[in-house]
Design a protein around this ligand. Structure first.
Ligand SMILES: *Cc1c(COP(=O)(O)O)cnc(C)c1O
Length: 377
């Protein structure tokens, strides 16, 4: 069976974990955490980053930092992972969902402005598959209405909008290092803080509402409970794993991009014939090869294709039941029909994509997809 995903040890993961253990300091903010912070701040120019235990944690920190209160409204896509909006629901926010655009699953920017009310506090942007949303347009709307922008950049490592790294546009951004992402630490995440005004409080929220970070830097002579917060920081053993992955970022990315391009070339004939939809990457966006997906013409076709691939030993999977029609939200949803989000929920299929997937296996998967559509005709 060719699995959908397979976590890859890139080299020094176990060695660094051993170093962390032997250093005698395995709780948060040890040497490896510092190294990861430095890597991200230097390579991508993020104002300040803080590792968290997950992207979900980073999003929850963002909601606290923005002082989201009961009744505040948040504009966000419906076609996304639950944490994108659950972080804000935890603070009592009302979620106002936006549909996907026509060219790819990213949100339809042209719908945003009509959804803004006096209660709107923030726009949460998701760059689906690591492919940038139209950030010039989104930042313009946010600035005009004095709204904050949070990027759910879970899938966005090493991806750019007009040459500027994703995760550097919003006041706050959240990355994921979950084992299904490009760069991993098992569970793991990071908050990027691009507005200096949030840095001080972010450190406190991440340390259970205490000023412990300042205490360890020698900034205060004892540490106290000064705000709300939680335990959002990862163990240094997790950071050690991540540090080893980051050393090999270029190689991991090159390999994924190679696989992605083989899929794209191999399936483009089917797209030309209108049999499947392929990812669209706007001219302003880069491709970090997080996901390779195709879009079938119906849910039945997708189910049949998935079953065909399964019979051939290939695990292809779909995702994101649109959040506005989830069991938790469907009774609360008062907005318009979100036809594009529903289309991607029903028709999008992700093909295996991981470092150790061989080109011969990719060619085989492409062949099996072709075979399916030949039999359809
Ligand atoms: C993976 C993912 C998350 C959640 O990341 P965790 O690190 O597992 O919390 C959130 N949003 C999006 C868009 C994701 O792809």
């Amino acid at each position: 069976m060719i699995p959908f995903n397979k976590p890859y040890l890139s080299g020094n993961e176990l060695t660094y974990i051993q170093h962390a253990v032997e250093s005698g300091k395995i709780s948060g903010d040890g040497m490896f955490t510092q190294k990861c912070h430095q890597f991200f701040e230097e390579k991508y120019g993020f104002e300040k980053v803080l590792l968290t235990s997950s992207c979900t944690d980073a999003l929850e920190m963002a909601a606290i930092l923005l002082d989201i209160q009961a009744g505040d409204e948040i504009i966000a896509p419906s076609y996304t992972f639950v944490s994108t909006v659950n972080a804000f629901v935890l603070r009592g926010a009302t979620i106002v969902f936006v549909d996907c655009g026509l060219e790819n699953p990213n949100m339809d920017v042209s719908q945003i402005e009509a959804l803004i009310t006096p209660k709107t506090k923030a726009i949460v942007v998701v760059h689906y598959a690591g492919i940038a949303c139209n950030m010039d347009a989104i930042m313009k709307i946010a600035n005009r209405h004095e709204l904050k922008v949070v990027e759910d950049a879970a899938q966005c490592i090493d991806s750019y909008y007009r040459g500027k790294p994703l995760g550097s546009f919003g006041q706050l951004a959240a990355f994921s290092f979950h084992e299904t992402k490009n760069i991993i630490s098992g569970e793991g995440g990071m908050l990027c803080i691009n507005d200096q005004n949030y840095i001080h409080r972010a450190e406190i929220i991440r340390e259970k509402g205490t000023n412990r970070s300042a205490f360890f830097r020698g900034g205060v002579d004892k540490y106290s409970w000064v705000d709300i917060g939680s335990s959002f920081l990862p163990s240094d053993m997790v950071a050690a794993f991540l540090c080893a992955q980051l050393e090999n970022l270029e190689r991991l990315q090159q390999k994924r991009i190679g696989i992605w391009e083989t899929y794209y070339t191999g399936l483009s004939e089917l797209a030309k014939q209108g049999l499947v939809g392929l990812p669209h990457i706007p001219a302003y966006a880069t491709n970090n090869a997080h996901i390779f997906y195709l879009v079938c013409n119906s849910i039945t076709e997708r189910t049949n294709l998935m079953n065909h691939l399964k019979a051939k030993g290939i695990q292809a999977i779909f995702h994101y039941q649109s959040l506005h029609s989830s069991p938790y939200f469907q009774d609360k949803y008062k907005g318009a029909e979100l036809t594009q989000a529903d289309k991607y929920s029903d028709c999008l299929l992700r093909l295996p994509l991981f470092y150790e997937l061989e080109q011969a296996q990719v060619a085989y998967i492409v062949e099996c997809v072709h075979e399916f559509y030949k039999n359809q005709a």
